[in-house]
Design a protein around this ligand. Sequence first.
Ligand code: FE
Length: 322
Amino acid sequence: MPAITVDDIMVLPRLPRPDVTATQRPVRRLVTAARQQEGAGFEVTRPFPSLDLRSADPFILLDQMGPVAYEAKGAPWHPHRGFETVTYMLDGTMVHHDSQGGGGVISEGDTQWMTAGSGMLHDELPEEKLVISGGTFHGIQLWVNLPRANKFATPRYQDLRAGELTLVSSHDGGALVRVIAGDLAGFAGPGSTYTPIAYAHASLSPGAQLETPWPTDYTAMAYVLAGSGTVGPDRRPIRAGQLAVFGKGDAITLAADTEQHTTTGDLEVLLLGGMPLREPVIQYGPFVMNTKEEIIEAMEDFQAGRMGTVPAEHRTGRRLGE
Ligand code: FE
């Protein structure tokens, strides 16, 4: 898992230990993610939305894509409106194109933060040359909801390169934390967000503990990408493919088991949470709006080409996944 890393974790700034008066957030739910097919038949592990967890306000969806051997499958051209898609690549390379003539390459450790806002079309495909040469493909896609006031924001990208992430260590140096967006105990990541959130990737060495202050008014979740450990003050066991949803408090804690059978040798965890929007959420496929009428409007706008059209150079020829 070649996310950005450092030779000497001890030189990094350290997360402050939560105050002794801090309340450790208990684990309110432990959700085991379902595996399902997406796009052109690409298997994803999805902790939410699911029957077990509908609301992860202000987030809509979390998909772990892989790790799998490269396949020529991705998501062919499709629209989005009303939210942001955040793609964080751990292994391999994703190539994307959009209806505004934009596009790019998301390589290992990079994050693409796409604000779909008022609407756009795009495709997302594993890089062709790596499909041929083989290798591992592993990425994360998070859908961040937009508040009613920003549903029609102008579409934009933030390309956050691996080297731009904010790196910090746990207070004892046993865990490396990469802040992608938002603020973790005063350390801000490079991603700019419409509403306050925190999104980070932590690697805990075997036996290490990660404690961090967490804003009281944010939701808080931890998703295990690889490895096993415990979570919360009651040290509930958690393993790859499971999501812990924390209850109220102002600090979170995780610990890695003393043996890890992962490619990195570490427990790999995503930390995410934010200020809940507390607005009605109506999701229909790739559209996330506040009312049914707005979903119908989105479908009409898409069909009429008002979210853009597939660029001419992509209309013919081989389409990966078909
Ligand atoms: Fe998409």
